[in-house]
Design a protein around this ligand. Structure first.
Ligand SMILES: Nc1ncnc2c1ncn2[C@@H]1O[C@H](COP(=O)(O)OP(=O)(O)OP(=O)(O)O)[C@@H](O)[C@H]1O
Length: 269
């Protein structure tokens, strides 16, 4: 059972965190895959979620998006308990498997989801401009009339991202959004993520295997084996570990934890 407590701001005028987790634990099958995580995401920031394959990144994103069962602990999202129906239009969750209709064009896909979000004739102009804007944001204007079946994997995942952007969400949860993209598109998408945070005040949680993308995040959650190895800014992680890159910092923290025989957040015996 999740203990869905609301946690408001405890520090005067400081806005409450967009996401606040305490003791977050998840079981999948017969395994515990997230183990008592504590973290917060500040509004209007980009947090990178990094760690080796299988460490629990997707599971953590599913919990934040409200789609994961067997969760214990406390998780507040945009001031409400995770999974609250009222959060649905406020969260954009883009999974690793793009959810697009391959027999529709890019624009038809977007038109369909826009009609679900804003049904009715009165919203027609609003829908049209939201669709055009979302297609532009993910740099697919030249492919707007191409069938999704004929798109590359990276292009399809950008259609999914465009769908998530239709409702101007307050929180975007993006599972490896830059996989399969060339360096120019990756740079453009990261520029878009920064604009969404700076201009719209959106909060972004973005997972990646690519450590060089970590440098583009305001903060990082480094994960390993279902736990948080470190939570800090990229610069602070490099300084703290005396390393030149986030990748080296991560390897340093892993080695440090292994030599102690503990995870860093566990009390040292
Ligand atoms: N449906 C499931 N049932 C049981 N265990 C699962 C299920 N899905 C994932 N797991 C396990 O949960 C753990 C965390 O998986 P998760 O997909 O969250 O990792 P990840 O860090 O996102 O990996 P990747 O980077 O490869 O996508 C893994 O050990 C995985 O085997």
């Amino acid at each position: 059972m999740v203990n869905y407590e609301f946690e408001g701001s405890r520090e005067g005028t400081r806005p409450p965190p967009a996401v606040a987790a305490r003791g977050l634990t998840v079981r999948r099958g017969d395994r515990t895959v997230l183990r008592g995580l504590d973290f917060t995401l500040e509004p209007g920031t980009i947090t990178g979620l990094l760690g080796p394959s299988g460490c629990g990144k997707t599971t953590l994103m599913r919990v934040v998006a409200g789609t994961q069962a067997e969760v214990t602990g406390t998780l507040d999202v945009l001031g409400l308990p995770a999974g609250s129906p009222a959060l649905r239009p406020r969260i954009g969750y883009v999974t690793q498997a793009p959810s697009v209709y391959t027999d529709l064009t890019v624009r038809q896909n977007l038109d369909y989801f826009a009609a679900v979000l804003h049904p009715g004739r009165t919203h027609r102009d609003e829908r049209r401009s939201a669709v055009t804007r979302a297609i532009e944001e993910v740099a697919l204007t030249t492919h707007a009339d191409v069938l999704a079946a004929a798109l590359s994997g990276g292009q399809r995942s950008r259609v999914s991202l465009a769908v998530a952007l239709l409702s101007t969400p307050d929180l975007l949860v993006l599972d490896e959004p830059t996989v399969g993209l060339d360096p120019v598109l990756r740079r453009d998408l990261w520029d878009l993520f920064h604009r969404l945070a700076a201009d719209r005040g959106a909060t972004l949680l973005i997972s990646s295997h690519v450590m060089d993308e970590a440098e583009r995040c305001h903060r990082l959650l480094l994960m390993r084996e279902g736990r948080i190895l470190a939570e800090d800014t990229p610069g602070a992680l490099r300084t703290r570990t005396g390393t030149g890159t986030v990748e080296e910092a991560f390897l340093h923290l892993v080695a440090e934890a292994a030599s102690r025989g503990t995870h860093p957040e566990e009390p040292t015996p």
